[in-house]
Ligand binder design. Structure first.
Ligand SMILES: [Zn+2]
Ligand SMILES: [Zn+2]
Length: 123
């Protein structure tokens, strides 16, 4: 039920209870104030909800992926104090195992491969 409907109900109850016209008029005015305030607050809440959603999206986009990995050229790279570890980590496995170089490719324990030419991101 909207605030406006509730306000109408309050007036109807007052009228049914036989309150004087003066009292009803006063109730009407007070109810109108509440309805107005409610509308303003509802508008404010939806604006803040939209803003909150946008900020959450921005925040999750700006955070590095879990585990400190950074994705580049289809594989993951683990940060070091300076730059990145030399071995890539598998992006296809959910547990992201480290990959080893075998011949011309990097291979993970589940046999996912990446070309030996993959490079960590440039810092
Ligand atoms: Zn796996
Ligand atoms: Zn894998």
């Amino acid at each position: 039920m909207s605030a406006a409907d509730t306000a109408k109900d309050i007036i109807r109850i007052g009228t049914t209870a036989g309150l004087s016209k003066d009292v009803i008029d006063l109730l009407e005015k007070k109810c109108a104030l509440l309805v107005e305030e409610n509308t303003a607050l509802t508008t404010k809440v939806s604006r803040l909800e939209i803003e909150n959603r946008q900020l959450r999206t921005q925040l999750s986009n700006s955070q590095p992926p879990a585990g400190g990995f950074v994705e580049n050229m289809g594989v993951l790279w683990k940060r070091r104090a300076k730059g990145f570890e030399p071995n890539p980590y598998c992006n296809e496995c959910s547990h992201h195992p480290v990959m080893s170089q075998i011949g011309m490719v990097w291979v993970c324990s589940h046999r996912h491969t990446a070309p030996e030419t993959v490079q960590p991101p440039v810092v």
